[in-house]
Write a protein that binds this ligand. Structure first.
Ligand code: VG1
Ligand code: CO
Length: 576
């Protein structure tokens, strides 16, 4: 391989968002666009993480991934990287990348120093949709802000990047190593199994024997929907080969470059086939499985459903935390602590209080959990956005969440003649801890200017609580008074770094909350997220429809934000 230096010019807006750089494929296809970002990353990293290092390069297999792998490999070779690991067919789920970084040992006992993950997660894929890239560090987690800021600074001034001539096109289907004489030393490209490390890790966490018994029960029926994303590469290996599920229970489990033209986001709006199958659609099928779950494009998200029953992600993490010690071997000596993102409901707080666990509230985005886990302060964490996980890796983990739920079900059904269902477990949890009614409204594709004005307006409203409370009472007298309004700020207890402007919060006297934030994962325009939460401990009021329970707070949220005036929107685009 011969080195060459390519002249380039900076591109605007290569700032990594909540989880990496996400743009339209057409943007990434512009000459040098991806190369600039990759070179800026190598420039921002300490040199021992680059020279002679092992790097993982893979993703959810979305359109443009194969081109991206070739481009990154060339730049890596020229910058002195020694070895790259690529999942078979270029596929590794985001949690699997984290597992590979943390656990895989290469020749000479060498582990990976980081990874480029090629995904735009739950965003649609295909020639006219989104591509994305993010860098994860040697703990297996997303780069922290100090690093992503340095990368972004680099992209603003970059003038040239290094790559090589003579790199052949890789055959990503053939597991094995190809060695090259790189300009900076030996350079090896190794195609590895996409599933091996991840499956091994799952087997070390859960009691697969118990899960197998649950799945073998005649009265327990199961369905898993990968939404045509990379979870489909893992589902057969885990659910069918290891746990004995019927192959027919796997839906949309062949990873596709364009996710079948659908939106690979596991929620009640986009996972519409699963929602139908589970009896939550307009038409109810004759037979409904007892358990259903779905994943997003890169398999770090999950949605858990029971028969005709939706488990909110905020409840899900709380229920996993409450049952982990008894149901999951990995947690048998108890949890070190729990954490949630700020907009996630306080259901987890209630569990932490009762079990006297350390508890942390962090800004949105998985990277904020990493330091806590590295410091041994947190075992289980979650986000309202269908992200749940633990310190077994440093990413949220969709299949792990499903296995966690199956473990709870297996434990509860051990020796039980009549099946204890998902719905039963959730209702019982509410009885013990009270219920946190919760919903999120997303206004997608709003004009950026309008979204910024709305946020500025909200902050202004917080300046005068008396006037604000007048408006609240006039809008809906059933709503409690606002006790406090602020912008969420987080000081990392481990490294002391501070993250500001992490969402506008309205905290009410009865514990209800309204939170507004702008999404950091979109590729065009702005998305306003409105999070609505109300606590209820009165046993006679635990079974309401969330929509009805939250209607008064929704009224207030729309009035306080002047949502319609600013955005022209009567309705959100997605409700979860
Ligand atoms: C969204 C979610 C956030 C999640 C992030 C990445 O971010 O709200 O909770 O961590 O996506 O998930 P935002 O900034 O758009 O609200 V994924 O599965 O897209 O990596
Ligand atoms: Co994702």
């Amino acid at each position: 391989l011969t080195a060459k230096t390519v002249s380039t010019q900076p591109f605007q807006g290569q700032k990594p968002g909540t989880s990496g750089l996400r743009k339209k494929v057409t943007e990434f296809q512009k000459p040098h666009y991806l190369a600039n970002f990759v070179q800026s990353t190598f420039d921002a990293l300490p040199q021992d993480k680059v020279k002679g290092a092992t790097l993982v390069v893979s993703g959810d297999g979305r359109y443009f991934s194969k081109d991206a792998i070739q481009i990154i490999a060339g730049i890596a070779a020229a910058n002195g990287v020694g070895h790259i690991w690529i999942g078979e067919k270029g596929l590794l789920s985001t949690p699997a990348v984290s597992a590979v970084i943390r656990n895989r040992v290469g020749a000479g006992g060498k582990k990976a120093s980081g990874a480029f993950i090629l995904t735009a997660s739950h965003n649609p894929g295909g020639p006219h949709e989104d591509f994305g890239i993010k860098y994860n560090t040697d703990n297996g987690g997303p780069a922290l802000e100090s690093l992503t800021d340095a990368i972004f600074e680099g992209t603003k001034t970059i003038k040239e990047y290094k790559t090589v001539d003579g790199l052949p096109e890789f055959d990503l289907t053939k597991i094995g190593v190809t060695e090259f004489k790189g300009p900076e030393g030996p350079f090896a490209v190794e195609i590895i199994s996409a599933t091996e490390d991840y499956v091994k890790l799952m087997k070390s966490i859960f009691d697969f024997g118990a899960l197998k018994e649950l799945l073998a029960r005649k009265d327990f029926t199961f369905v898993y929907d990968a939404l045509n994303g990379v979870a489909g590469a893992y589902a057969p290996a885990i659910f069918v080969d290891e746990l004995g599920a019927d192959p027919a229970s796997l839906k949309r489990c062949v990873p596709k470059e364009d996710f079948g033209g659908e939106h690979p986001d596991p929620n009640l709006t986009y996972a519409k086939h699963l929602v139908h199958d589970m009896g939550l659609g307009a038409e109810v099928p004759d037979t409904i499985p007892e358990f259903g779950a779905a994943a997003d494009g890169d398999a770090d998200r999950n949605m858990i459903l029971g028969k005709k029953f939706f488990v909110t992600p905020s409840d899900s993490v709380a229920i996993i935390a409450a049952n982990a010690e008894a149901s999951i071997p990995y947690f048998k000596s108890g949890l070190k602590g729990v954490a949630r993102s700020m907009p996630t409901s306080a259901a987890l707080d209630a569990v932490a209080t009762k079990a006297k666990l350390k508890f942390f509230e962090v800004p949105t985005g998985w990277k904020f959990f990493g330091n806590l886990m590295d410091a041994g302060m947190c075992s289980v964490c979650g986000e309202e956005s269908f992200g749940t996980g633990s310190d077994h890796i440093r990413e949220k983990d969709g299949i792990w969440a499903v296995l966690a739920w199956l473990s709870i079900l297996a434990h509860r059904n051990n020796g039980s003649e009549q099946l204890v269902t998902v719905e039963h477990i959730v209702r019982e949890h509410w009885k013990t801890y009270g219920r946190h009614y919760y919903t999120r409204y997303d206004y997608e594709g709003v004009e950026s200017d309008a979204a910024n004005k709305l946020m500025a307006h909200l902050i202004e409203q917080q300046g005068d609580l008396a006037a604000l409370n007048k408006l609240v009472k006039a809008t809906n007298s059933a709503v409690a008074e606002v006790e406090k309004g602020d912008e969420f700020e987080y000081k990392d207890p481990v490294d002391g770094s501070v993250a500001k402007h992490q969402g506008v919060r309205f905290l009410f006297k009865d514990g209800s909350r309204l939170v507004f934030r702008l999404s950091g994962t979109g590729s065009a325009g702005a998305t306003i997220r409105l999070y609505i939460e109300q606590y209820q401990s009165d046993e006679s009021k635990l079974g309401l429809d969330a929509k009805d329970a939250l209607a008064p707070l929704v009224d207030v949220a729309l009035a306080v934000s002047k949502m319609k005036d600013f955005t022209g929107r009567e309705e959100p685009t997605v409700i979860t």
